[in-house]
Structure formats: structure tokens, C-alpha cells
Design a protein around this ligand. Structure first.
Ligand code: ADP
Ligand code: MN
Ligand code: MN
Ligand code: MN
Ligand code: MN
Length: 370
């Protein structure tokens, strides 16, 4: 396996960088990196400004703007898009008191931009607040070389041994890219992202991290920040992260964002009754959910939800205990304890978690039907 740093003409010497990162930073100068979802609904952008105080919450930070014509978010003639800070994390790259700031995007007339799915998610979560909705999201992703082929796979365009030994594997012949996974885990913990685990996945160079349980809007905020930190960590290693739900076609597993979900009632003794009620409502609204479970109205998931590779059919709703071929799985322990949570296995790895968590709450708690 070649060292990707050598093949990367834009790679720089991190030892030289360190000299500058170690420079003392004036106490009253804080770097705030504003992060937003661009016009694709799946890619992230960021830019940084100096503020002269230590921000403790997002609302203390000023709104900002960017050139929306460069991110497919506005016309060149009316290009300013606003950034509204909504949650802050510690910056694991610039360290000190510096912060990463998750932002919502707003058009010139202060209405939410098309790919701002958070605004309506907040509305749903506010209405559902008394039910205390929790989410835990399993984010699968694949590591790629800059040539677009999976990291560690034979070049050019060669394939490793078939799937079987890779899931949760150890060893240089089967576990590709653990440096990135470990660095990302520590960076998320430092930042304050509620990461709760990682594992190697079925396709070689595919991994998963889990975030949660988070209540309400936090699930989306923490997952998006976890994704941002992952892109940044991988960038330092000269490796690319893709959240494409089927990066390699054929007999290779796709990638999902299984969303584990519960309300207060589901978590209490006898909660299985409420889990079953929710599944009944979900069954009646399958297509509506599929439409928002990837950023292309279901097209991305069509490549992934084939009924093979531990997925269900995209056209048919199904549910079952411990069954990984279903739309909704009730984990075995939940079936035994008769309380807990359900797992929605349909969301694609590149889904917008604001849309997924919003739809779950609108269908099961707010009883929306259309
Ligand atoms: P799997 O067995 O499907 O691979 P994981 O261990 O990867 O499951 O992920 C389980 C997820 O479920 C975690 O993100 C965790 O935060 C979440 N979770 C656990 N309990 C709850 C709950 N009561 N409500 C919602 N999510 C939960
Ligand atoms: Mn400028
Ligand atoms: Mn998992
Ligand atoms: Mn998984
Ligand atoms: Mn799962």
C-alpha cells in the first residue's frame, strides 16, 4: 500500500505547521470557525473570523454571511446568504479557547435557505418537547484516496479479498485507516460532540461512528459537527471521506445512518407498546420518509436499499425483532426488556439528520398523516 502523503502534491509538512500553531494567541482574540451545509444538502463549508470575547453560547456570536453563488445557494446578482450561529463546540484543531460554530443558512429575505432543514426541525422538536425524543445515529462512511478509489485497495482500481473478515477487524491486511478513526474519536470528545462508539465495517476501509443518545435538535447538531471534524481529520492525513451510500457497486456493502429513536414513554416499563404504536404509524408513511432519508429524494437510497447486504427493500416497509433485513429493527434486548427504542435502518449515510429526526417526530409524536 503506498503512502498517500507521497502521492498528494498538496501535502505539507505538519512539523513546520506545529511551530505556528504553538505561537501564543492573544487572550482577547478568539477564532470562530463558522460551518454550514451547502447547496448540495450534504457537503459542508466553513470560514473563520476573529471575535474579541470568549463565546459561551452560539447566541452571543454575530450573524455572518457568505457568497451563496459559490455554493449553489444563491444567484450571483443577489448572492449574500446569512449564517446564523446555532451551536458551538471546542475547536480540536486550533485548540485554546477557539470554537467551531454550527450555523443555519438564511436567504436575503431572512427565510430559511433551501438546504436549511434545521429550522423546521426545531419547530417539530419544540412541539414534541414533552415527549423527550432521543436519537442515536450510527454514521457509516468510507475512506477514499484522492483518486476516488477506496483507501488501501489495490491500485489501479483493484479489489481486495471479498467481504467477510473486515467487520470489527484487526490486522494490517484487513483494517484500513484506523489512524483516522482514533484521531476523530479523540477530537470529537475534546470538541464536546456526544460520540458514543466506533467500529470497523463490512466493506474494507468503511467505518462507523455513533453519536447519542441526544435529545431533540442536538442529534442533528452533534452529527453534523462529527462529520465536519471527520472531514478535517482525514484532510490532514491526505485521505478523503465519502458519505455516499453505495460508494462501490457490486458485492460490497453500502453505507447507512441507522437512526435509533425513543420517547420517554418507550423508555419506561412496558414501553414496547409505544414502540409498536410508532411502528404502525411509520408503516403508513414509508414513502414520505424515504423521500427525506437522502439528499436526492430517495434516488441515492435506491442504490443501497436493495434487500441485500443487510438492507430492506426501498419499496416495502417491514419491521422485526433483531432482523437486520427490515426497515425498522427492534433490538433483541429491547424485545426482552419490553422497553427501550427502535432502530430505523433506512436513512442513507449522506442523509440530513435534521430531516430524519424531524420526520420521525412528525409521524410518531405529532401524528402528521398526509
Ligand atoms: P447496532 O447494533 O445497530 O450496530 P450501535 O451500537 O452501533 O447499534 O448503535 C446504537 C445507537 O443507539 C447508539 O447511537 C446509541 O446512542 C443509541 N441509543 C441507545 N439507547 C437509545 C435510546 N433509548 N434512544 C435512542 N437511541 C438510543
Ligand atoms: Mn471576501
Ligand atoms: Mn452500529
Ligand atoms: Mn453499521
Ligand atoms: Mn445499526
Amino acid at each position: 500500500m503506498s503512502n498517500p502523503m507521497l502521492a498528494n502534491p498538496s501535502a505539507t509538512d505538519k512539523n513546520v505547521l506545529k511551530k505556528y500553531l504553538d505561537l501564543p494567541q492573544p487572550m482577547d482574540k478568539i477564532l470562530a470557525t463558522y460551518i454550514w451545509i451547502d447547496g448540495t444538502g450534504e457537503n459542508l463549508r466553513s470560514k473563520t473570523m476573529t471575535v474579541d470575547f470568549i463565546p459561551k453560547e452560539a447566541s452571543q456570536l454575530p450573524w455572518w454571511n457568505f457568497d451563496g453563488s459559490s455554493t449553489s445557494q444563491a444567484e450571483g446578482s443577489n448572492s449574500d446568504v446569512y449564517l446564523k450561529p446555532v451551536s458551538i463546540f471546542k475547536d480540536p484543531f486550533l485548540l485554546g479557547q477557539n470554537v467551531l460554530v454550527m450555523c443555519e443558512t438564511y436567504k436575503y429575505d431572512k427565510t430559511p435557505a433551501d438546504t436549511n432543514k434545521r429550522a423546521s426541525c426545531v419547530d417539530a422538536m419544540t412541539k414534541a418537547k414533552d415527549t423527550e425524543p432521543w436519537f442515536g445515529i450510527e454514521q457509516e462512511y468510507s475512506l477514499m484516496d484522492r483518486d476516488g478509489w477506496p483507501f488501501g485497495w489495490p491500485k489501479p482500481h483493484g479489489y481486495p479479498q471479498p467481504q467477510g473478515p473486515y467487520y470489527c477487524s484487526v490486522g494490517a491486511d484487513r483494517s484500513y485507516g484506523r489512524d483516522i478513526v482514533d484521531a476523530h474519536y479523540k477530537a470529537c470528545l475534546y470538541a464536546g460532540v456526544k460520540i458514543c462508539g466506533i467500529n470497523g465495517e463490512v466493506m474494507p476501509s468503511q467505518w462507523e461512528f455513533q453519536v447519542g443518545p441526544c435529545e431533540g435538535i442536538d442529534a442533528g447538531d452533534h452529527l453534523w459537527m462529527g462529520r465536519y471534524i471527520l472531514h478535517r481529520v482525514a484532510e490532514e492525513f491526505g485521505i478523503v471521506v465519502t458519505f455516499d451510500p453505495k460508494p462501490i457497486s457490486g458485492n460490497w456493502n453500502g453505507a447507512g445512518a441507522h437512526t435509533n429513536y425513543s420517547t420517554k414513554q418507550m423508555r419506561e416499563d412496558g414501553g414496547i407498546k409505544y414502540i409498536e404504536d410508532a411502528i404502525e404509524k411509520l408503516a403508513k408513511r414509508h414513502e414520505k420518509h424515504i423521500q427525506v432519508y437522502d439528499p436526492k429524494g430517495g434516488l441515492d437510497n435506491r442504490r443501497r436499499l436493495t434487500g441485500l447486504h443487510e438492507t430492506s427493500s426501498i419499496t416495502e416497509f417491514s419491521a422485526g425483532v433483531a432482523n437486520r433485513g427490515c426497515s425498522i429493527r427492534i433490538p433483541r434486548s429491547v424485545g426482552e426488556q419490553k422497553k427501550g427504542y427502535l432502530e430505523d435502518r433506512r436513512p442513507a449515510s449522506n442523509c440530513d439528520p435534521y430531516s430524519v429526526t424531524e420526520m420521525l417526530v412528525r409521524t410518531t409524536v405529532l401524528n402528521e398523516r398526509d
